[in-house]
Ligand binder design. Structure first.
Ligand code: FES
Length: 170
């Protein structure tokens, strides 16, 4: 019992430490801006670049810093595709949902990736290894069905290729 309490105390300290670190890093980012309304997007970009996403608490802090309502800051953060409100995986897999890919089995490819990763499109695996997204068209329709992993394009995908690619990394 004592051991468990000790472990829990250590966990709480670790969480507090990481929160302190994030806060320190956010303060550092904010200190390089003036806090004017025009700073909103550059600040969001800096935070996104630093953490890979925009934590909710940080968005509230940015609202105070730029003297904008929280709703405005959340609105901007959700409007632009470059901003993420949740952490993304180290690897990003994008499957095409466009017409050319669809008629050549794109839906099967997406289902296979979802099954192999155990997540749905728009989600990230719990170990933060993979994020799965869908795209309207990559502009590589001649290679349909298309899947992109970390900016590398894979054409004429089959479910077996998906299994090999994702299985290879397990
Ligand atoms: S429809 Fe899939 S790349 Fe264009």
């Amino acid at each position: 019992m004592k051991m468990r309490v000790h472990q829990a105390t250590q966990d709480i300290h670790a969480i507090q430490e990481s929160e302190k670190t994030i806060e320190g890093e956010v303060d550092e980012i904010l200190s390089s801006h003036k806090g004017e309304k025009a700073d909103l997007i550059p600040v969001l970009q800096d935070v996104q670049q630093k953490f890979g996403y925009l934590p909710e608490e940080v968005l509230k802090k940015i609202a105070k810093f730029t003297d904008e309502p929280e709703s405005t800051v959340f609105g901007v953060a959700t409007f632009y595709a470059q901003f993420k409100l949740a952490p993304t995986g180290r690897n990003i897999i994008r499957v095409c949902r466009g017409t050319a890919c669809h008629v050549r089995g794109g839906a099967r490819i997406l289902r296979e990736v979802e099954t192999d990763l155990g997540i749905k499109a728009g989600e990230t695996t719990s170990d933060l290894e993979y994020t799965l997204e869908t795209v309207a068209c990559f502009g590589s329709c001649a290679l349909a069905p298309v899947m992109v992993e970390n900016n590398r394009v894979y054409g004429r995908m089959t479910t077996d290729k998906v299994k090999r690619m994702i299985g290879r990394r397990e």
